[in-house]
Design a protein. Structure first.
Length: 277
């Protein structure tokens, strides 16, 4: 069973006893109890936990909250509070940014069990997406393909050179894919002067594919994957839906991620902004 780590926003509850000087802290990730920690309200750990929570208090927009969490962890890599704050995160790249910043002190501190749980979840996701990672290598040239678009015209990936291209591997049957469209439309509108999105519908019929594109009013380019004769998903080693691949104007792969539609724009935005400079 795949971990809930990457599919749930980390709903969290903390139970603290009223007595002092020691406090019982029950650490949840989602609905699972990860650890029970005894700390003093006068301790440095207690101060760090509250400081971390205060840093994101009141932020209700997930995109802004995730960005604030990553920024906080990177700025406070030695803090138990940074590990504690990561229970709110989703998105494997966000986790990687935070995990790579943490010091040994934070990894082995009061939140060690939570750190180990998060690390195990990222490792599980990495294992699951290993085939994709072997195929989609950042810095390599994206593999070219040609197919018929939704209007029946021939379309090749190489014909889109000169703009950023975001490949969206999706399906009309995929709930997470449908959920992603609101974010994808915002991303497209923000960058449409220098970005093309190419939707690649997988495991779909032509009728269901075209109906979904019309129903959800998807304004970008579309092709239907042909698993029998022209399998673009196999060309890119796709293991999860949706999977996104961001390609630079020169045809090189800038970034990719799979199965996390809520936060993809966090690092794709950064990739485009950095490379525009």
């Amino acid at each position: 069973m795949r971990t809930i780590l990457l599919f749930l926003s980390a709903a969290f509850a903390t139970e603290i006893s009223a007595h002092e000087p020691d406090t019982t802290l029950v650490v949840y990730y989602g609905y699972e109890v990860i650890d029970t920690v005894i700390i003093s309200k006068s301790s440095e750990t207690f101060r760090q936990l509250h400081e971390a929570e205060n840093a994101v208090q009141g932020i209700t927009n997930n995109k802004e909250k995730h960005r604030a969490i990553v920024a906080y962890v990177v700025a406070h890599p030695d803090s138990d509070g940074s590990v504690y704050l990561m229970r709110h995160l989703s998105g494997v790249i966000n986790f990687r940014k935070c995990l790579s910043a943490l010091t040994e002190h934070a990894k082995n501190g009061k939140m060690k069990r939570l750190y180990d749980y998060i690390t195990a979840g990222v490792a599980e996701q990495d294992k699951y997406l290993a085939k994709t990672a072997e195929t989609i290598i950042i810095g390599n040239e994206a593999k070219d393909f040609q197919s018929l678009d939704i209007k029946g015209n021939s379309l090749s990936l190489s014909s889109l050179r000169g703009k950023y291209v975001l490949l969206d591997f999706w399906g009309s049957w995929c709930g997470a894919c449908i959920k992603s469209f609101a974010h994808l439309k915002e991303f497209y509108e923000q960058h449409r002067d220098h970005l093309e999105i190419l939707g690649i519908a997988c495991h779909d019929t032509a009728e269901k594919w075209k109906t979904a594109v019309r129903r959800h009013e998807l304004p970008w380019l579309h092709v239907l994957n042909d698993e029998q004769n022209n399998d673009i998903s196999a060309l890119y080693g796709i293991q999860a839906f949706p999977t996104y691949v961001l390609i630079a104007p020169d045809g090189k792969i800038l970034q990719w991620m799979g199965d996390d539609p809520d936060t993809f724009d966090l690092y794709f935005d950064d990739c485009i902004e950095i490379n525009k400079k």
